[in-house]
Design a binder for this molecule. Structure first.
Ligand code: NAD
Ligand code: TDX
Length: 332
């Protein structure tokens, strides 16, 4: 049994990971989370107190990070500013958390010789054409488009440098778009589900032809545990579940599953610099580490996710009005 430090464990994917760890292992977890607008204590409610502890603090706080690294065996780093649209509005917090925060953790990993796993995104590779048969692999050159993805790319490069220069025992994973419970209503799928619940028409950026490669957050968690347990130090692993769909198809499916007309949505102002398509080739993770996803069927995963938002309005209601006011001001 070991003790994991999970940064950003009160956010969407981090909290799904903590639930997954509690359900499938004997590990204890300390969550370090700044509880920004994106963090929510309620996402960890009901977990056993003798196995999960939440420390409210910032990953840029070096003395606090130092103290926590001394207590744990390994660190999984999810904490980030994660939303592209926010990064176009105000990039600064993305530099602070994604770059300086990752640097602060790497220095502690170096000092305490701790196993470190860095969570990143497929967006570091830029985008693909809609008709390109290629998918991203671990050797695709970095070419990020947005302030968000460029700071994630920067954080990945810091991890690689700390492995090579200082021998930090780190791995990196770059995952495709996640969906599932506990995702903030600013993101595409929860925004449209909660819009329908509130009687607001879903909002599609531009023509809606942009493609995302969807994976259930629980499959992301099982892949991260696999890499933590069996990954090779210094390596990068791409995580994906062959879930490519364009945004229009996803909105139409949400509407259909929620008993609405499939065309009951609006086209709104497109995102600046909007990446066209992401697609992950996860052959390395599957063939070298033997991982495979459990949620093969996007439609049933989406139905369950819709059910979760319908059942858990208390979890998202407080953030909804503020989020919609932000988008309305931008014509989105
Ligand atoms: P999220 O925005 O839902 O959660 C981020 C969490 O980090 C929040 O709980 C927030 O309070 C916390 N946090 C932010 N700044 C912090 C700081 N300075 N110190 C401590 N905690 C801080 O994000 P998410 O969607 O769960 O993404 C988690 C990670 O996964 C990110 O690193 C992101 O880049 C990566 N990722 C996300 C996706 C996706 O589809 N959402 C896909 C691939 C990779
Ligand atoms: O209202 C919307 N309408 C719309 O058409 C919103 C919020 C989004 N979109 C589009 C933009 C994207 O093409 O839907 C797609 C998904 O948008 P987001 O949920 O904002 O995700 P994306 O920008 O693809 O980034 C996500 O995946 C990679 C996560 O937010 C990142 O943290 C992760 O790195």
């Amino acid at each position: 049994m070991s003790h994991l430090l999970v940064t950003g464990g009160a956010g969407f994917i981090g909290s799904n990971f903590v639930h997954h760890v509690v359900a499938t292992t004997d590990h204890r977890v300390t969550v370090l989370d700044a509880l920004t607008y994106a963090g929510n204590r309620a996402s960890l409610a009901g977990l056993p107190e003798d196995r999960v502890r939440l420390v409210h603090g910032d990953i840029t706080d070096a003395p606090l990070v130092d103290e926590l690294f001394a207590e744990v065996d390994a660190v999984v780093h999810y904490a980030a500013e994660s939303h592209n649209d926010n990064s176009l509005h105000d990039p600064r917090p993305f530099l602070d958390t994604n770059i300086i925060g990752t640097y602060t953790l790497l220095e502690a990993a170096r000092k305490h010789t701790r196993r470190f796993h860095h969570i990143s995104t497929d967006e570091v590779y830029g985008d693909l054409e809609l008709d390109d048969p290629a998918r991203f692999t671990e050797s695709t050159p970095y070419n990020p488009s947005s302030p968000y993805s460029s700071t994630k790319a920067g954080s990945d490069l810091l991890v690689r440098a700390w492995v090579r220069s200082f021998g930090v025992q780190a791995t990196i994973s770059n995952c495709s778009n996640n969906y599932g419970p506990f995702q903030h209503v600013e993101k595409f799928i929860p925004r449209q589900i909660t819009n329908v619940i509130r009687g607001i028409r879903p909002k599609l950026y531009g023509a809606g032809e942009n493609v995302r490669d969807w994976i259930h957050a629980d499959d992301h968690s099982s892949a991260v545990l696999t890499i933590l347990e069996r990954g090779t130090i210094g390596e990068t692993y791409l995580i994906g579940a062959d879930g490519e769909r364009n945004n229009k198809e996803v909105v139409e499916l949400i509407l259909e599953l929620m008993g609405q007309e499939r065309d009951a949505y609006d086209h709104v102002t497109d995102r600046a610099g909007h990446d066209l398509r992401y697609a992950i080739d996860s052959t390395k993770l599957r063939s070298e580490l033997g991982w495979s996803p459990s949620y093969g069927d996007f439609e049933s995963g989406l139905r369950a996710t819709i059910g979760w938002y319908v059942e858990n309005e208390n979890w998202w209601a407080a953030a909804k009005d503020k989020t919609e006011a932000f988008y309305a001001a931008k014509g989105q």
